[in-house]
Design a protein around this ligand. Structure first.
Ligand SMILES: NC(=O)c1ccc[n+]([C@@H]2O[C@H](COP(=O)([O-])OP(=O)(O)OC[C@H]3O[C@@H](n4cnc5c(N)ncnc54)[C@H](OP(=O)(O)O)[C@@H]3O)[C@@H](O)[C@H]2O)c1
Length: 339
């Protein structure tokens, strides 16, 4: 039995917010009231899903009165500005942005990995970065088996990771190319259609981008591995939906490929899809709109001792954002119903 919650979705008109509404209805999340919120630009617009219609409200602090939980997907500056006032009104915030992820006292949660942490909140629970969430769905079961020491990762990130405008930009550039026309990039600094950008999020003085550093710092926090070493190269690719990540991971203990595959197969939220003879491996087209992440191309690494190389794919709008946030809300609803 789950308690019926009064829930708000902030950023309900965005790429993540729209998926959140769909998932909330599809998973029959127990709510007694659902408020859809966005910027003043969208206030008054109607959203229809599952045969029901909601009117968007402006996300001002008063709009949260009486809510139990609000899931924020409206960018870090909106979260920073609004979340504290919302928490003050007695509403728990589950935040999809990077605003609070590394704050002490804010749990950073992937329910399959550290779900219990969700209950140690002081009003805000953070959802991890999308590439980190998907990478850890493959890495964590292997860590439990062999003890993770070091990670080297390259990401292949879909444009929907940059929001609704980036989806439209890839679509427009592909159409323009086919029609032999020009289409000026606006979301990205260069064309994304038929191209790759080795650049996700802002560059830092270290030479890494912020996205690449998130994989290091957020992985340490979620798996409680403060000395983990990780190095990532994050690449934006002309794929609409679902991120893919090539990972080489080094472990404390000797690795065994059969044990590794079994650990993935048994881990909730993971599908092992690994049969080279049948050309079976996970791809973005297969995992867009899927609850589970796919893991394949598993092999003992030739370059490092006690290491495995593999490939993880997951829908970043779902497991990297909307689904993971909703799973956290489901934990809170279940716990409330027990008390
Ligand atoms: N896309 C992903 O795969 C992904 C994955 C993990 C985390 N995230 C995070 O989720 C958040 C949303 O991403 P997205 O991809 O859904 O972006 P998006 O498609 O650009 O949508 C942004 C949403 O934020 C709303 N918004 C903008 N300014 C606002 C304001 N001042 N007050 C209230 N709402 C405001 C927009 O409302 P209007 O329509 O009214 O402008 C829209 O609903 C970001 O923090 C992002 O980092 C995204």
């Amino acid at each position: 039995m789950k308690k019926e919650l009064k829930i708000g979705i902030v950023g309900a008109t965005g790429a993540v917010g729209q998926e959140l509404l769909r998932l909330l209805l599809r998973r029959e999340f127990p709510f007694s009231e659902l408020r859809l919120l966005a910027s003043a630009r969208s206030a008054g617009k109607e959203v229809t899903e599952g045969g029901r219609t909601w009117t968007i409200r402006e996300a001002a602090p008063e709009a949260f009165a009486g809510l139990d939980v609000a899931i924020f997907s409206a960018g870090a500056s909106v979260s920073r500005e609004l979340a504290p006032a919302v928490v003050e009104r007695g509403c728990v915030v589950i935040d999809n942005s990077s605003a609070f992820r590394m704050d002490a006292g804010v749990p950073l949660v992937i329910p399959e990995i550290n779900g219990k942490e969700a209950f140690n909140h002081k009003g805000i629970i953070a959802n991890p970065n999308c590439s980190t969430a998907i990478a850890l769905m493959g890495l964590f079961p292997l860590h439990r088996q062999f003890g993770l020491k070091r990670v080297i990762a390259s990401t292949y990130q879909a444009v929907s990771g940059s929001g609704a405008e980036a989806i439209a930009e890839l679509d427009a550039q592909v159409r323009a190319y086919v029609e032999g026309k020009e289409s000026k990039p606006e979301v990205y600094p260069y064309p994304i259609a038929f191209n790759l950008l080795p650049h996700v999020d802002a560059f830092t003085d270290s030479g890494y981008t912020k996205e690449e550093l998130k994989l290091l710092y957020e992985s340490r926090k979620i798996m409680n591995l403060p000395t983990l070493k990780a190095s990532a190269t994050c690449v934006r690719v002309p794929v609409f939906r679902a991120h893919s990540i090539a990972i080489t991971a080094q472990f404390e203990h000797v690795v065994d490929l059969d044990q590794a595959k079994k650990a993935i197969r048994l881990f909730p939220g993971c599908d092992l899809m690994d049969d080279p003879e049948k050309l079976s491996y996970p791809m973005p087209l297969d995992f867009a709109g899927k609850i589970n992440c796919g893991v394949g191309r598993m092999r003992v690494d030739f370059a490092l001792d006690n290491a495995l190389s593999f490939w993880v794919v997951g829908d970043q709008l779902w497991k990297g954002a909307a689904l993971n946030a909703l799973q956290i809300a489901e934990l809170l609803a279940e716990r409330d119903a027990e008390n």
